[in-house]
Design a protein. Structure first.
Lengths: 326, 118
């Protein structure tokens, strides 16, 4: 092989194990250690770049130095944002798809993802056509034929969707980035692609971090505000105000957070249903994801606000009933 | 006073609906989904959005309740067959629909209280 090459590690493995699997010559092994300082003597995580040096020379070339820098950057992003729970690795495709469709990033996975979505969409269209035909005819003979065909199409859909669950929403994924990227572990990448991969990992790592923390930040803020309100009331030295704040702010917190969760989930289902039933948008497509996000956000915000308002009323009532206000 | 009363009742209903919803998603949801395993809406929703806290079951419950409540609209877009929905036993339908409606009514009550207050 001419020139240095890079591939993406697809599963957690020990460095010596990885090195052994490459069957390098003794000469190349020394250079391999030098080039792969970023993973040397550690557990190599999925997603990390592995560099195979230029076998024509023992010294490091400028190109290899560039690759080392890329590999270090990728490692940094993977470690900084997602090493502990591997959420980035597991959700690589979903994040990639979201970002690709919002024109932030493009990469190797998006075409595999789009192909997969297109296949699902095709099956959905076939099911829709079958439904149309059946509802038009409506005879008993047509019904039997419809039931048989429908079963077959749904068996196909089930396989495609479980593939999608692994591929995209991917929370059940065991972290095989090879499958997610749609490439072979040993398929070596061209240099332009590595640069792209490095940039994509960086952006995705940030997106993953933001998505992961979004909900928790919201709840943490709510809890924080509640604590502050109570502390402020209590620090004024008036016991009644302090007790009242505990009831009122506590009620606001419970129904605010609970209501936001309810509203978000109900809004998500409603959003997808409206898009699917009214605007005939395929439920597997990216547009449906948009509908779900919009529905979820609107529902969460609205019911969260309402819950907070009601929680305040209930808290006030409990405070009055408890007799603390006397 | 009326608005406050509506708000408080809605809040209490929402609080009561938490355990009811949890019970239903762990005991009845899968059974209901099985009856609608040939609905593209239910199936794709389960795979596409059935992730997250509690395995996305609350989302799935709300989605399937919508289908049971409005099967004809979903059939209009070829997402479900009304006859599949009719096959679901009445008691199971109630287990799915009642918690959903209870949740929705609590939200509606809160909204009404909000508008009356402001």
């Amino acid at each position: 092989m001419q020139g240095p090459y890079v591939f993406i590690n697809d599963r957690p493995q020990l460095y010596p194990q990885l090195k052994l699997s490459l069957s390098l010559s003794p000469h190349a092994q020394t250079k391999f250690d030098t080039l792969n300082q970023h993973i040397r003597n550690t557990v190599v995580l999925p997603g990390q770049l592995v560099i195979i040096g230029d076998s024509r020379t023992a010294s490091c070339t400028a190109e290899e130095a560039r690759l080392m820098l890329s590999a270090r950057n990728v490692k940094h992003d993977l470690m900084a944002h997602s090493a502990a729970d591997q959420s980035l690795i597991k959700n690589y495709d979903l994040l990639q798809a979201i970002m690709a469709h919002t024109s932030i990033g493009i990469g190797a996975a998006s075409s595999a993802w789009s192909k997969h979505l297109a296949a699902i969409e095709k099956t959905l269209m076939e099911i829709e056509d079958l439904h149309k035909q059946y509802l038009r005819k409506g005879t008993m003979g047509a019904r039997d034929e419809f039931l048989v065909k429908r079963r077959a199409l749904f068996a196909k859909l089930e396989i495609q969707l479980s593939g999608m669950a692994r591929f995209g929403a991917g929370l059940k994924n065991e972290g095989s980035i090879k499958k997610m990227l749609g490439i072979s572990t040993k398929s070596y990448w061209h240099h332009g692609e590595i640069r792209k991969y490095e940039e994509t990992v960086k952006r995705i790592a940030k997106a993953s971090q933001m998505l992961k923390k979004g909900t928790y930040i919201g709840i943490a803020l709510d809890v924080g505000v509640t604590a502050l309100e109570i502390t402020e009331a209590c620090s004024t030295g008036r016991e009644q105000e302090c007790t009242r704040a505990k009831f009122v702010e506590g009620g606001k917190l419970v129904l605010g957070v609970g209501g936001a969760a309810y509203g978000g989930y109900a809004g998500m289902g409603f959003g997808v249903a409206v898009c699917a039933a009214v605007f005939a948008i395929p439920t597997a497509g990216v547009s449906a994801l948009g509908c779900a996000i919009v529905g979820g956000a609107v529902g969460g915000l609205a019911v969260g606000t309402l819950g907070s308002h009601t929680g305040e009323q209930i808290g006030t009532l409990l405070y009055e009933v408890s007799g603390s206000g006397q | 006073m009326t608005s406050e009363f509506i708000g408080i009742v809605s809040g209490v209903v929402m609080l009561l609906s938490f355990p009811l919803n949890f019970y239903v998603i762990y005991t009845r949801l899968e059974e209901a989904e099985d009856y609608l395993k040939f609905s593209t809406f239910v199936v794709t929703f389960k795979y596409r959005f059935g992730v997250g806290p509690l395995g996305g079951k609350l989302k799935r419950l709300f989605a399937i309740a919508l289908v049971i409540l409005m099967p004809r609209i979903f059939q209009w877009r070829y997402l479900v067959l009304v006859e599949d929905v009719k096959r679901i036993p009445k008691s199971l339908k109630l287990w799915i629909v009642v918690p959903y409606l209870l949740t929705l009514s609590s939200m509606a009550g809160m909204a009404l209280s909000w508008f009356l207050t402001n």
